[in-house]
Write a protein that binds this ligand. Structure first.
Ligand code: ADP
Length: 334
């Protein structure tokens, strides 16, 4: 597994619970979403009502699960956590919905990956707090209406555009989660270091933040690896030098590129003069599958402005040459 992967691995899952901010005040960054959510929740509390359904969109590791837990905590409500892929049949969803308590928060991660029949059941549940449970099969099947207690659905998706409009329209509020600025990640890192009881100086935190690809989950993971290094090879304190050396061991460079990202860039620059070159050719050159290059390496390279996808193929930007310390070839001669 890549150390810069945005999705959670086993260790993340075990450690993240301890690092999660517990209320909106502790939640770093995402000013807009936080302000908007603060209003939505305060208003619901004042009315003594259950909060509107909330949709959170954004890349993995930006804090969607954390926010859903904060929503429940701020409303003084219990929370149930599940995900679209875990709900294969409408019956699975009916079972969850019918066991919710009044005011409970239901967090549905990867909501865009739910099955169609479950999705349709969810429409009615969100709007009327009611589901029709189908009993029997064929012509004898009957729909038994079931009243549900009011609940708050918090749906999470990588992109709101992936949701069918009827589902999207049933959310009272949509929060778009952005990648974090380096200063925000520094705050996340200082906070986590405090909770993990690790000593870190500001330059050490800045060094880790700059390599964390805008993502708190990655920042926390890099912090843990740097802590190991600081403990074994240094005196336990994370300084800029300790962080930089440790992350060099893990092949994460100053901008957060890992071995695969750099292999793709290097092939593009050294073998193909910066492109344009087709995806398949580039993939063969780095000895990877097309999909790996396209889905794992490229999104971050594009986001960083190092690589462009053009109709004629992949092209390196001037920033890519600069990042690898190479000089682009001179064309034309004049
Ligand atoms: P997602 O559900 O979007 O994949 P999570 O909510 O699981 O992301 O967050 C991943 C990790 O990053 C958690 O351990 C959490 O502590 C941390 N994290 C995410 N957002 C923030 C934030 N705004 N402030 C502090 N820590 C955060």
């Amino acid at each position: 597994d890549r150390i810069v992967a945005p999705a959670a691995d086993g260790e993340d899952t075990a450690v993240e619970a301890a690092l999660r901010p517990k209320d909106l005040g502790e939640f770093v960054g995402q000013e807009k979403v936080r302000q908007q959510l603060d209003l939505v929740l305060k208003a619901a509390r004042q009315r003594g009502a259950t909060a509107d359904h909330v949709l959170l969109s954004g890349a993995p590791g930006l804090g969607k699960t954390t926010l859903s837990m904060i929503i429940a905590a701020e409303m003084g409500a219990p929370i149930r956590i599940t995900s679209g892929p875990a709900i294969q049949h409408a019956g699975d969803l009916a079972a969850i919905l019918s066991s919710l308590q009044e005011g409970e928060v239901l967090f549905l991660d990867e909501i865009h990956r739910m099955s169609r029949p479950a999705e349709e059941m969810l429409y009615m549940a969100m709007e009327d707090f009611r589901v029709d449970v189908i009993v029997g099969k064929g012509p004898g099947a009957t729909a038994i209406p079931l009243e549900l207690p009011p609940f708050t659905l918090v749906g999470a998706t990588t992109r709101a555009g992936l949701l069918p409009p009827p589902l999207r329209d049933r959310f009272g509020f949509t929060g778009h989660m952005e990648f974090y600025a380096p200063e925000e990640l520094e705050r996340v890192i200082h906070r986590s270091a405090g909770l993990l009881d690790v000593e870190i100086d500001p330059a050490g935190a800045a060094e880790i933040a700059g390599r964390s690809r805008g993502t708190p989950r990655i920042a926390n993971r890099l912090l843990r690896r740097v802590r190991d290094y600081a403990q074994v090879r240094a005196d336990g304190v994370i300084t800029r030098e300790v962080a930089a050396t440790a992350l060099q061991v893990y092949e994460v460079d100053g901008r957060g590129l890992d071995r695969l990202d750099r292999a793709v860039l290097e092939a593009l620059l050294k073998l193909f003069g910066g492109g344009p070159v087709g995806l398949s050719t580039l993939a063969v050159a780095v000895g990877e599958e097309r999909e790996t290059v396209e889905e794992v390496a490229e999104p971050f390279l594009v986001r960083e402005g190092l690589l462009a996808r053009t109709p004629r193929g992949r092209v390196a930007t001037p920033a890519a040459w600069a990042h690898l310390g190479l000089v682009p070839p001179q064309h034309g001669g004049t």
